[in-house]
Structure formats: C-alpha cells, structure tokens
Ligand binder design. Structure first.
Ligand code: SF4
Ligand code: SF4
Ligand code: FES
Length: 224
C-alpha cells in the first residue's frame, strides 16, 4: 500500500509530497504505520532513496490526547484511531491540519486554540458552580482534547482570526456553568467569536473523536 505524505522540513520551507511503501497487516492504525515507516536507522521512500524520519506527534496512542490529529484521505481524524482496514482505496494520503501553521511534516502549532481562550477570559479559574447544573453535559464537554479536528473541518474557522469554532462554544458553556464571577461575563465574547458567525451545519460534530455535544452547548448558551 502507498502512503503519500505532505511533508515540510521547517515552517519557512516549501511543502513537498513524498510516498512510502507499506507492506503488512491492515489491522493497524495510521499511527502504527507511521511508526513502522520510521523504524530502523534508514528511512527509505518508495523510490528506494534514503530520506528523513517522518515528523508526527503522539502521546497516548489511544484517542485520549489529540496530538496525532491530521488529515487522512481528506478527512480530519486521529491517526491512532484510524485503521487501514476501514479506509477505502489502495493508498493513504496524509496531510497536516491546514488551519494551523506547520512546524514540521505532520506536526502543527495549535497554541492559537489556547491563546484565544485566554485572551477572552474563557477559563474556569475558581470553581464556583451553579446549584442546579447539568453535570452530565459538563462532563461530556470537559472531554475536549483541543485536537483541532472540529476547527479543521469548519468552513468559518481561519486560524483564530475572529471566529473561534466549536472548541470555543463548548468552553464558553463550561466556564459559564462553573463560574458565577459576574466580572467575567463571557456572553458578548461568545456572540462575537462564535454565535454571530456559526452556520450550524455541524460538520464539527461529525469529526469530533470525543463526540462532544456542541449543539447542546449552543442551545444552553443561547438560553442564557
Ligand atoms: S470539540 Fe472535539 S474535535 Fe473539537 S477540539 Fe474538542 S475533541 Fe477535538
Ligand atoms: S456548526 Fe459549522 S460553522 Fe459552526 S462551529 Fe461547527 S462546523 Fe463551524
Ligand atoms: S496519540 Fe493521543 S490521540 Fe492519538
């Protein structure tokens, strides 16, 4: 099977395509394939040439950290949760998330997600929950990995320029539910950076590996 990867040596250099041959079980994740291609002293591409080790990130290898988020055959997904046997076609095409700047190969800089939350005061701070809150929903929302897959697929998100995407909507809900500090009213930020521009097609929910109920967070925010 061909593994075609959009590579980039540094943030300043031009991206280029390079392919590799993978021969082995289909009962393996894309993360497992990358690991195998990087195994050994010499990394060999499909032309039989020596090349650099493929840059990609992982931590948990079980869908719990979000580090391995990338675009797999045109769909934003986690490499450790995507198995070859479930992919169509005879090749796998891997690209870094294009909504963020590339650091190296499949590694991108997603710090903008945290920067936008910080700059608009969307963090919990002192835990001070409302008395009657929906803890089940809070628990689901708190599972967000900040992987950026929902931002990659969102037609309105462009690297945190003004619309902050599903991550922001969910975290606004969480902060509003858990912190009653009136000096930190985030409703206007929520409207400015999410509600006024979200088209509600919900492709963000389709790709979310944690199945975060963004629509429900929106409804709760809109109820005030
Ligand atoms: S909402 Fe889902 S897709 Fe978006 S960053 Fe969180 S876990 Fe990832
Ligand atoms: S509903 Fe559509 S526009 Fe709104 S955050 Fe999700 S993908 Fe983006
Ligand atoms: S390595 Fe943690 S989610 Fe894939």
């Amino acid at each position: 099977m061909k593994i075609r990867i959009l590579r980039q040596k540094t943030p300043e250099t031009e991206p280029y395509w390079e392919s590799f041959n993978y021969e082995g079980t289909m009962e393996i994740s894309v993360a497992g394939v990358l690991d195998r291609l990087n195994f050994g002293d010499d990394i060999i591409n499909d032309l039989g040439e020596k090349t650099d080790r493929i840059g990609w990130e992982c931590s948990c290898l079980q869908g719990m950290c979000g580090a391995c988020a990338m675009v797999i055959n045109d769909t934003p997904a986690l490499a450790c949760e995507t198995f070859l046997k479930n992919l169509k076609g005879d090749k796998v095409v891997l690209r870094p998330l294009k909504k963020f700047s590339v650091v190296h190969d499949l590694i991108v800089d997603r710090s903008v997600i945290h920067e936008t939350l910080k700059s608009t005061n969307v963090y919990i701070g002192e835990y001070n929950p409302k008395e009657k809150e929906n803890h089940e929903h809070q628990y689901l929302v708190a599972n967000c990995l900040k992987c950026g897959l929902c931002l990659e697929i969102c037609p309105n998100y462009t690297n945190g320029k003004s619309f902050y995407g599903a991550v922001y909507a969910n975290d606004c809900y969480l902060v509003k539910a858990r912190n009653r500090d009136k000096s930190r009213d985030i409703s206007s930020s929520y409207a400015e950076h999410f509600a006024n521009s979200c088209s509600k097609v919900l492709s963000c929910m389709d790709v979310c590996p944690m199945h975060i109920p963004t629509l429900s967070s929106m409804a709760k925010m809109n109820r005030g």
